[in-house]
Write a protein that binds this ligand. Sequence first.
Ligand SMILES: C[C@H](N)C(=O)N[C@@H](CCC(=O)O)C(=O)O
Ligand SMILES: [Mg+2]
Length: 364
Amino acid sequence: MKITDIRLGMLTIPLKTPFKTALRTVQQIEDVVVMIETDTGHIGYGEAPATAVITGDIHGSIIDAIKSVLKPKLVGQQIADLNHIIRLIQGAIMKNYSAKAAVEMAVYDLFAQLYQAPLYKILGGGVPKITTDITISVDYIDKMVADSLSAIDRGFETLKVKVGKDIGVDIERVKAIYAAVAGKALIRLDANQGWTAKEAVYALRKLEDAGVRLELVEQPVKAYDLEGLKYITERVHTPVMADESSFGPREVIELIKMRAADIINIKLMKTGGIANAIKIADICSFYDMQCMIGCMLEGSISVAAAVHVAVAKSDVITKIDLDGPSLCAFDPVTSSVSFNDADITIGNAPGLGITAIDGLKMLS
Ligand SMILES: C[C@H](N)C(=O)N[C@@H](CCC(=O)O)C(=O)O
Ligand SMILES: [Mg+2]
């Protein structure tokens, strides 16, 4: 199975409700879709959102990195040479993690199709069923409480509550949600870099003292502020998770050495794809550190790739934030991964099992 061409398209999917974090507000998903064609007629699929505020990637940079840098290196390569292709992708260009992730997952899709197995089986197997949380966007307190209750009605048992705005209101936001959902759902917070280290310690201690039990707090401080993360980790009981502070294996090793965080959030758009995600999971497993697998605001092709990784690495990936498809008004992609609100299951089709993408606009 030899790569003959790489084609690109754009997929736009409206959200059920605007997605609001401390970093941005988004009304719809707009992802670059990658299709790797082969001489056997098999097609491998990948997808990348442009999360400029986190990865620095925009649509133009993703498209250009794939067309001008990755495609010329990959056309003519044999899919069976997976590790060689991964080295070509990862070594072709600095950063550009979203472009690398989209192309690399399409190569993995083909590799699993070559051996006629679902991707998670090629990655090591596992039970093909996971449960995700759902994001509660940062908003007025009453709206966040209402959104939390409606998420519980939809069957979600873990809420990822976005904070990181005004610290005083954030404390009230979390107290109000906790009062409404305690006993019915677990709460994890994500401040998306919105607090200072001192604010985070102040807020988390206030919440702890008020009896609010939180599963974890994600990325309370700026991505570069590893000392700040460590300061918080040492001073609160609530487990601290690194998200924007950890992209690839190097950052994870640094965070572990510093003891700056308790948990790592792995995202394919930060790692540059599946190979580095697996390396991070293995590093964390070696150091007895738990991981979450998360997603950007992205569609069900790239989230499906993360689902396969989550299943194969379930020993160490114990927390799941793969709610991108659940936040969409509809899913234009037909694949062997079923996203049914909190419940995600993988079928038996080879690779990612993608059979149709409605509304895909091909790029020239
Ligand atoms: C969508 C997911 N639950 C999430 O919150 N992901 C990111 C933010 C992604 C984005 O802005 O697109 C996170 O910070 O964990
Ligand atoms: Mg986060």
